[in-house]
Design a protein around this ligand. Sequence first.
Ligand code: SF4
Length: 340
Amino acid sequence: MSRAGERLFHPLWVSGKRYYDLKSYFSNRFRDRVYKISVDAGFTCPNRDGSRGIGGCSYCDPRGSALRAAGPLPSVGRQIAAGRALYAHLRNARRFMVYFQSGTNTYAPLPLLERRFAAALAEPDVVGLAVGTRPDAVTPAVIDLLAGYAESREVWLEYGLQSVHDRTLQRINRGHDFAAFQNAVELTVGRGIRICAHLMFGLPGESDGMMLETVERVSRLPIDGVKFHSLLLLRGTSLHAAYRRHPFPLLSCSRYVDLVGRSLTLLPPEVVVQRLTAEGYRDIFVGPPWVQNKLAVLNRLHALLERRGLVQGAAARVPVPAAEPTGSGRPGAVPGRGNR
Ligand code: SF4
């Protein structure tokens, strides 16, 4: 509570953070911890195979995933088994979401998508799917397929967007514009599927104002979650080649943390913040160096939120419906924006 007795934290934020984190969401939804297992189902991308573009997004790891680069891909079931074993050992985990992460996971013939998704959902401890894709790679048939699963399971569709600025999207060779994202949201909304937007800070040519405008405009759409991360410069990408020819400034940690802190205030309080910073790609990582210390970035962000008294939604322009008090209702009765 604030000094005036006004509620500072939203009732949904049960983990006590100044924002709606994924742990709180899963706790509200399943009354339990849920862990995400990332899998590579071997799908390609229309921005690589020539149907939308070639070369891929300028920052994207051209290998697809480290697993794919290491040799023949294990089946989805075997990847889940490996993830389960790891989490069970480290965290005593019992419930999982399977995250189809690598490539464009709605870009394949429908029967193949169905086989891959069904393989994940057949595992008894898997509560649902998160499917990473591009906004121009969903069709009504794919949405119907996912909506069918969403009748009984948790389903998130994660759309890569990165920026609302078409000039930037062109510059990073995304191969789609902001209107494609708006259309994809329109196609998805109201079908029981939760929508997550991936946003990136530090793209070349973007000012702080442009990045915050991205968050503000996306938060006005009926999305249910966001993932933030900074630009990671990776060896083997066209962005790295461009950087070597004409170096451009990479975000500092303090600027990134400041941007994320201000962004959180723009998001309605029931939008789930699924990621605040990204790490990894250690074998091909170039910079900025602070990115690889995720814990330090999160600590700095939490300190900044505390110091400035920032909370998610403080500056949101979207009217917010009253939330259910924590602990009430059946599991699954969590307010969603995209499914109202
Ligand atoms: S859409 Fe995704 S998978 Fe395809 S090139 Fe861009 S970042 Fe890579």
